[in-house]
Unconditional design. Sequence first.
Length: 155
Amino acid sequence: MRRKRGFVQIAILHLLKESSMHGYQIMKELEERSGGVYKSSAGTVYPALQELLDTNQIELSDADSDKKIYCISEKGQKRLMEHAERAEGDFWSEWVERVSWRQSKEYERLTIALNKWEHDLKITVKKLHKHPQNTDRLISILEETTDRLKKEFNR
C-alpha cells in the first residue's frame, strides 16, 4: 500500500505558517511537537516538501542561505483553512494522538490485514478476465462491505 503524506503535509504547513524553516528544522520541530513520539525521516519529510512545492502550497525563500528555506504560500494557507474547518480540536493534539496510534500494535495488525486484503483483492480482480460474469458479484461484495463498515463504525 502506498503511504500517503497528507497528514505530514498538513503538519509541515502548520509549522511554516508560524515560521520559515529548512528541512532539518522541520524534522526536528515535528519530533518536538509530538513529544518525541514521532521520529521524522528525510524519506518522509523531503518527498512531502517536494509535493508541497510541486503543488505551489509552499515556496522557497529568497533568503541568502546554503540551505533551502521553505515558507507557506497563499495556496498552502488556504489548504490549512480548509483542513481546520473539518478538524476536531487542536491540530497538534490530534497530531500526537495519530502518531501514537500509528505506532501501536493495533495499527500494525490492521496494516498487515489491509495489505493482505489488498493483495487478495488484486489477485481476484486479475482473475475476473477469465470469468467476467463474476464482476457484478465482486462489486456487490465490495459495496456491502463498504456499507457495513460505515454502519459499524459511524462514518
